[in-house]
Design a protein around this ligand. Structure first.
Ligand code: ADP
Ligand code: AMP
Length: 209
């Protein structure tokens, strides 16, 4: 059985960057609510479209997100879950539908997050992640992995980033405390270089599963 891994951290902590490496090494699926919602952002639900929340930096309502996660986890033989749960009610829902083998938390100070997010560029073909200063592609604007075009996410503007961090502190910080209190959380210094963080991530997975 491949492991079920949860990766937690603030927006910009490096979850997507590390999750990509986890999927390759441990042969698990990357289940990320952010990507799933972006792929369906104009879908009409009884709560409105995902985009109407995402563009403001607010959380998409739980029923919409819970359904996405349930379907994705049912199909996965081992996963790294990224971007969920973002509040305590999602954490309770998750506990009802799956068992986790490892819970990782990428710890990054708030002061670092705004620069990371406003400088982030993503490949619109394969989703690979770059940064204009901290993680540059070989050729500006072009993905090293697939040659796709690098774009800025609509919600990576400074105003929306600040709101996303506020929403994280209000709603998601209690989720971190919840797993910490359960004794399941492995805290990793997310301010190291991506390679150093990756070393700690592998150690944490291997000692947890
Ligand atoms: P998240 O998925 O947690 O929102 P990302 O993995 O997308 O975060 O990373 C946010 C930005 O920070 C990206 O531009 C990424 O290239 C950059 N980044 C990721 N990890 C590090 C790191 N350890 N040091 C510096 N920059 C990083
Ligand atoms: P992310 O790609 O993880 O930064 O998420 C981008 C946006 O998608 C967030 O700002 C939310 O609007 C929405 N979103 C992603 N995951 C969730 C979730 N678990 N619950 C509610 N909204 C979410």
């Amino acid at each position: 059985m491949d492991p079920n891994i949860l990766i937690l951290g603030a927006p910009g902590a490096g979850k997507g960057t590390q999750s990509r490496r986890i999927t390759e090494k441990y042969d698990v699926e990357h289940v990320t609510t952010g990507d799933a919602l972006r792929a369906n952002k104009h879908m009409e639900t009884e709560h409105g479209t995902p985009a109407s929340y995402m563009n403001e930096g607010e959380l998409v309502p739980d029923p919409v997100v819970n359904e996405i996660v349930k379907a994705a986890l049912e199909d996965a033989d081992g996963y790294v879950l990224d971007g969920y749960p973002r509040n305590l009610s999602q954490a309770e829902y998750l506990a009802d539908i799956t068992d986790l083998d490892a819970v990782l938390y990428l710890d990054v100070d708030k002061s670092v997050l705004v620069d990371r997010l406003t400088g982030r560029r993503v490949c619109d073909e394969c989703g690979a992640n770059y940064h204009v200063d901290f993680n540059q592609p070989e050729e500006s604007g072009v993905c090293d992995e697939c040659g796709g075009e690098l774009v800025q996410r609509e919600d990576d503007t400074e105003e929306t980033v600040r709101e996303r961090i506020r929403v994280y502190e209000e709603n998601t910080q209690p989720v971190i405390d919840f797993y910490d209190d359960e004794g399941e959380l492995v805290r990793i210094d997310g301010e190291q270089t991506p390679d150093e963080v990756w070393d700690d991530v592998q150690d944490a997975i291997e000692s947890s599963v």
